[in-house]
Design a protein around this ligand. Structure first.
Ligand code: SF4
Length: 573
């Protein structure tokens, strides 16, 4: 019986499929798969409510002869092999739920029919699915090449990227794209305007060039395109007073085109033709936010919101063509404005998946922008984003290298996973719970196995103490609360009656050598650290790979109960 004198807020779902632990459940809203509040945070007062409309309200004026896209097939009630595969990968969803979400436009399966023939493993992006992460790749005119970028793609997938975007602007751009699509089992996205201006000035770009390049990349198998059609001529006056103007490459190029020609954005005027191309290959739109803010001071301004209204209009028009749609979002947003931005997009774009870059919640930490943006990304995913575009430590500074890609992917897997747990997505917390059990049992091997980065976890542990004992070098034996708690639980369960009153034990591990290790960490070479750490093995009665003599896994349960029964004590099962 609880002695609480207060009540908990209404609870959502339990993110642990085993119902383990003492947490009462997620504080998000109860899941509403099939409705507009599928896995959503409670609305702070004043937030825009969800739209009452979906893609069902934007059907073609004249029905298409035969369905081509996942959206069209979902509308006809057909469960495609790609929808079945998505349901396999999203264990909490049925194929029918996937179909319903795709039909409503709240979920997309970016799966170009060409890429499906080259080994694409279908996945889904939408609020009913787990939060996804995208990694940007691509050679620039000053750095990298095709082989390096294909390897970077594999490396990004190794570290959890659910999709990749090839943003190449230099080298063999066409060959690099082709190679990445052929090698990738994850969806590949591009920004076709980058290739449209290779070898020509933006002012010389014609409508025919635009459509030809989009058709070419669709035929190569690209799964989703960022098209900056929402940046309209009339919006440009709103960027006048910004601190940093237009920071999107596509947005700035198209603004230059519009100013030069005194005409509307050609991506906007060609929208219906572009939709027709994307439909033929089932390429998904990622409608670009060319006017996203590039600094906190420009967030949620008139330019950004005027463009968002156009993105909503373009979403509706694409749905009428049967084309799947995601919408792109900012960028740089103060933490307090993140929820509003997510919920405004949900309202205006009728639940179309929101794909956001970061957002960075502070601008003054270049070199650490995977961290500044990961904080915003966690809030964005909790409040409404379906896919997070990673930011690496090189953001604003240079082209990400291998380790930058890893740091960005890991930071964003943390953001996406933290949001999924908070939203109460069933099973999202299972691995956390398993790791907590291993940690509580001081089972280091299992602890490492369950870690997202086992090699790093093991290396950091072994840096100070390379034996399997029931404490680590952070607190040492006598102050290890997990070891003490484990023994308290073992005593309470009858497993270790000898624990009571055992008194203080002098730590075998906190030797002068080990103190030296802890004091000099970061100063010693890896060899020196290892040599010093190894000296402690003998003192705790262990060699590498074996448990130490003082490890608290000492008695089998039956033996412990027998000892306790003999001592006349009652064990608690
Ligand atoms: S020594 Fe400290 S950090 Fe290490 S396992 Fe024990 S409680 Fe945790």
């Amino acid at each position: 019986m609880s002695d609480r004198t207060y009540s908990l807020p209404p609870l959502g779902a339990d993110p642990s499929s085993a119902g383990a632990g003492t947490t009462p459940g997620s504080f998000a809203l109860p899941p509403d798969i099939g409705g507009p509040r599928t896995f959503s945070s409670p609305d702070t007062p004043g937030m825009p409510p969800p739209s009452s409309r979906t893609a069902w309200d934007f059907l073609p004026e004249t029905p298409q002869a035969a369905p081509v896209t996942q959206l069209e097939m979902a509308r006809l009630g057909e469960i495609t092999p790609q929808m079945r595969r998505v349901a396999e990968r999203e264990g909490h969803l049925t194929p029918e739920q996937v179909r319903c979400e795709v039909a409503a436009g709240r979920m997309v399966i970016p799966a170009n029919r060409v890429h499906l023939r080259h080994g694409l493993d279908p996945m889904a992006i939408g609020r009913a699915a787990r939060t996804k992460v995208n990694a940007n790749l691509g050679a620039s005119p000053v750095s990298s090449g095709t082989e390096e970028e294909v390897e970077k793609m594999r490396w990004a997938v190794r570290w959890g990227a659910d999709t990749v975007m090839d943003l190449s602007t230099g080298g063999d751009v066409d060959g690099c794209r082709e190679a990445i699509v052929r090698a990738a089992t994850v969806p590949v996205g591009t920004v076709p305007i980058y290739s449209m201006i290779l070898g020509r000035r933006i002012e010389d770009l014609s409508e025919a060039d635009i459509l030809a390049q989009i058709e070419h990349q669709a035929a190569q198998g690209v799964d989703y395109f960022t098209i900056h059609a929402g940046t309209r001529r009339g919006h440009l006056r709103h960027v006048r007073d910004r601190l940093i103007g237009i920071v999107s490459r596509g947005g700035s190029l198209l603004a230059q085109w519009m100013i030069h020609h005194g005409a509307e954005n050609p991506m906007y005027t060609l929208w219906d033709d572009i939709c027709a191309i994307l439909r033929r290959y089932d390429v998904t739109f990622s409608i670009g936010d060319g006017l996203r803010p590039g600094g906190l001071a420009d967030a949620t301004d008139r330019a950004q919101l005027a463009e968002l209204e156009t993105l909503a209009e373009l979403t509706e028009r694409a749905w009428r063509h049967g084309v799947q749609v995601m919408v792109e979002g900012p960028g740089h947003i103060p933490f307090d404005q993140v929820e509003y931005n997510m919920k405004l997009q949900r309202a205006l774009c009728h639940g179309a998946p929101f794909y956001v870059l970061g957002p960075l919640v502070t601008d003054m930490f270049p070199g650490y922008d995977h961290v500044t943006s990961c904080i915003g990304a966690t809030a964005a995913a909790y409040h409404g984003a379906s896919m997070l575009c990673y930011v690496t430590p090189k953001e604003h500074l240079g082209l990400p290298k291998r380790d930058d890609v890893k740091q960005g992917c890991v930071a964003y897997k943390i953001a996406a996973h933290a949001a999924d747990v908070a939203l109460g997505i069933p099973g999202a917390r299972d691995r956390d719970d398993a790791l907590t059990r291993a940690r509580a049992a001081l089972d280091w091997e299992r602890h490492f196995e369950l870690s997202f980065d086992p090699d790093l976890a093991r290396a950091l542990h072994d840096e100070d103490l390379d034996v399997d004992t029931d404490f680590c070098a952070m607190c040492g034996h006598d102050w290890c609360s997990v070891r003490i708690s484990k023994r308290i639980q073992e005593f309470a369960s009858g497993k270790d009656p000898a624990h009571a009153g055992a008194g203080r034990r002098v730590s075998a591990a906190l030797t002068p050598e080990q103190r030296a290790i802890l004091e000099q960490r970061g100063v010693l070479s890896a060899d020196e650290v290892h040599r010093l750490a190894s000296k402690t093995r003998g003192r705790v009665g262990a060699s590498v790979g074996e448990r130490a003599a003082c490890h608290s896994d000492v008695a089998a349960p039956d033996t412990a109960r027998a000892v306790q029964a003999a001592a006349g004590q009652e064990g608690t099962p």
